[in-house]
Design a binder for this molecule. Structure first.
Ligand code: CAA
Length: 258
């Protein structure tokens, strides 16, 4: 961990905390920051002791969007060739659960980054928005799709066409965030939640997450088939035998991740 890093990471037991570290630019998501984030997540994916990840920024800003200064003069072909935004998909493809701990601005790509995560814990000062329309573009990292699925087409349309932002309370009321916490404790609450998930049998967590995520992409019939396949598959794990035996023997299960 060095001060020059645009992304910092620490490991606390089975939970990794990944911090966006470009505070002067309100954590604007430059190509270099995104590269470091992708590399950090890849390292954490390869680390078997890490079971859940918390992604955060700082109190003032989770992330104020893609770096406008880095793309103002770009041509479409440069953006395409560099995978300027398409590379971000790797973040959403991380195989471990990620909880976004959001305080301050989650705008544009910052809101999209939070929505790539599996859960969102917000501080009371969090603000969410897709203000790209104000600068002559539209969301490009999933905003039109994920926000619409999260809060419904009418509210999403209003936010995306006007560039208006919503408070933590509105985001909670609309179903975009799991809970709101005081600024002093949003990160520790996110870490506590991550620690609870990290205690669960990891293969069950992975297959459950895959099935829940499929609900946004598949028909009901396909989603149900995937769920059932994953349910059956878990009968091949030691943790299923241990979990069910422990229940019957009235003791706490000792999950090994096998
Ligand atoms: N890109 C580059 N730099 C940014 C930035 C961004 N998205 N957001 C903030 N910054 C920089 C500012 O340029 C400023 O830098 P300087 O000190 O060098 O001038 C610094 O961060 C502090 O910002 P402000 O002075 O603007 O702070 P503020 O408190 O007055 O305003 C804000 C905060 C309302 C978040 C404002 O900074 C803002 O509107 N930012 C842009 C939000 C935005 O439009 N995001 C969408 C980007 S496009 C996108 O994300 C596309 C996509 O879908 C992938």
């Amino acid at each position: 961990m060095t001060d020059e890093s645009l992304v910092l990471s620490t490991i606390d037991g089975r939970v990794a905390i990944v911090t966006l570290n470009r505070p002067k630019a309100l954590n604007a998501l430059s190509p270099a920051l995104i590269e470091q984030l992708i590399a950090t997540l890849a390292q954490l994916e390869a680390n078997d002791s890490v079971r859940c990840i918390v992604l955060t920024g700082n109190e003032r800003s989770f992330a104020a969007g893609a770096d406008i200064k880095a793309m103002v003069d770009a041509t479409p072909m440069e953006m395409y060739r560099d995978g300027a935004i398409s590379r971000w998909a790797k973040i959403a493809q991380c195989s471990k659960p990620i909880i976004a701990a959001v305080s301050g601005y989650a705008f544009g790509g910052g809101c999209e980054l939070a929505m790539m995560c599996d859960m969102i814990i917000a501080s009371e000062s969090a603000q969410f928005g897709q203000p790209e329309i104000n600068i002559g573009v539209i969301p490009g990292a999933g905003g039109t799709q994920r926000l619409t699925r999260a809060i419904g087409p009418y509210r999403a349309m209003e936010m995306i066409l006007t560039g208006s932002t919503i408070s933590a309370q509105e985001a909670f009321d609309y179903g975009l965030v799991n809970r709101i916490c005081p600024v002093e404790s949003y990160l520790t609450e996110a870490v506590k939640l991550a620690a609870r998930i990290a205690e669960q049998p990891p293969l069950a967590v992975q297959l459950a997450r895959e099935a829940v995520r499929a609900a946004a992409e598949r028909t009901l019939r396909e989603g149900l088939e995937l769920e059932l396949r994953n349910f059956y598959l878990l009968f091949d794990t030691a943790d299923q035998k241990e979990g069910m035996r422990a229940f019957i023997e009235k003791r706490k299960p000792n999950f090994t991740g096998e």
